[in-house]
Design a protein around this ligand. Structure first.
Ligand code: AHN
Ligand code: ZN
Length: 328
């Protein structure tokens, strides 16, 4: 074949175009069954987290909380088929009545076979695990914004290439207004997770059913390790295995650990208990062996900020979920 300069230029042009097309298409092929699986964009998830954080702390009842609700709702509604804002009044351990909202985006809302993906979008009103400014609200880059950021990027991918199954993405409100251990007020049970408790008692659709649910909580810490939390093991062992094995297949061995760890009172517990098996739900949450709480090292402190969010962890969780979902 004779190559002249013109021809070479043409060829380069074509290859550049096709390269760009591939990028825009943002899909990779799964070898075994040739399903197209989107490529999770960690920069897009990160940007969403930084946008949330830039509102300031998103404490229920605050102006920042209200502004962030509008931001999340608008973004999600651009991607999903149906958006529902589930308003309710939450009564906190310190007897405040808060106007609260679970933000629900549905994809293919009429499909019977569906899954639930969730995270909380509110942030904690105090920094009870910090040594200073304990009464000031935390910024919650990991505890709050990270799960929303990953799911918002997944929602964006759904808008480009619809998964076969139906999906509901729920951003729960008032997850993190729980009573601090050192509180002087009388002990109140179930003071965390008020949004997921409300939704579990009042699902957005009558007789709501999903094949399974996946909760993301603190999925942005550097080199995070996700262990197999007890309630996830007990209520949804198959889902847990599927997700963990998918993560391992993708080469994320450093992140997904098969170690079994203690029960965590989190949104998934209420979904499991109150939905009475209708939505077996796991929790993907960082487990840190080195901290006393076993939570993320900056948990409920002022260091839970954007500087401590790591894009690679967002990628690990996001790409694993996309593989799980598009294989359904
Ligand atoms: C408690 O702290 C009791 N449960 C953990 C749920 C949580 C709070 N996740 C993030 N912040
Ligand atoms: Zn928290």
């Amino acid at each position: 074949m004779i190559f002249n300069y013109k021809c070479l230029k043409y060829y380069l042009f074509i290859s550049l175009i096709s390269c760009n097309l591939n990028r825009d298409q943002d899909t990779i092929k799964n070898n075994q069954n040739s399903i197209m699986i989107p490529v999770f964009n960690q920069d897009s998830a990160y940007k969403n987290i930084s946008d949330q954080v830039n509102f300031g702390p998103r404490v229920p009842g605050s102006e920042e909380h209200y502004k962030c609700k509008n931001y999340i709702s608008k973004k999600l509604s651009n991607y999903c088929d149906t958006l529902i804002l589930q308003d309710f009044e939450a009564v906190t351990f310190d007897n405040k009545i808060l106007n609260s909202t679970n933000i629900i985006g549905s994809f293919s809302p009429n499909k019977a076979k569906r899954i639930l993906l969730c995270a909380h979008w509110d942030t904690r009103p105090f920094a009870d695990q910090d040594s200073i400014n304990k009464n000031k609200p935390i910024i919650g880059a990991n505890d709050g914004a990270s799960g929303v950021g990953v799911l918002m990027e997944i929602a964006r991918q759904f808008s480009i290439l619809k998964p076969k199954i139906g999906v509901d993405i729920i951003f729960f409100d008032v997850e993190d207004y729980g009573q601090p251990d050192d509180s002087d007020l009388p002990r109140v049970d179930n003071s965390y997770c008020l949004g997921s408790q409300y939704w579990s008692n009042n699902p957005h659709k009558r007789n709501y059913f999903a094949k399974y649910g996946i909760l993301l909580d603190m999925v942005g810490g550097e080199k995070a390790v996700f262990t197999q939390e007890l309630a996830s093991v007990e209520f949804a062992p198959k889902v847990l295995s599927k997700v963990w094995l998918t993560g391992i297949q993708l080469g994320f061995n450093d992140y997904f650990s098969f170690e079994k760890t203690g029960l965590i009172v989190d949104d998934h517990l209420y979904i499991n208990n109150l939905s009475k098996g209708r939505v077996p739900t796991i929790n993907i949450i960082e487990h840190d062996k080195k901290t006393k709480s076993k939570f993320y090292k900056h948990w409920h402190t002022h260091n839970d900020n954007i500087e401590n969010i790591d894009r690679q962890t967002l990628k690990v969780v996001g790409q694993t979920l996309l593989h799980v979902i598009y294989n359904e």
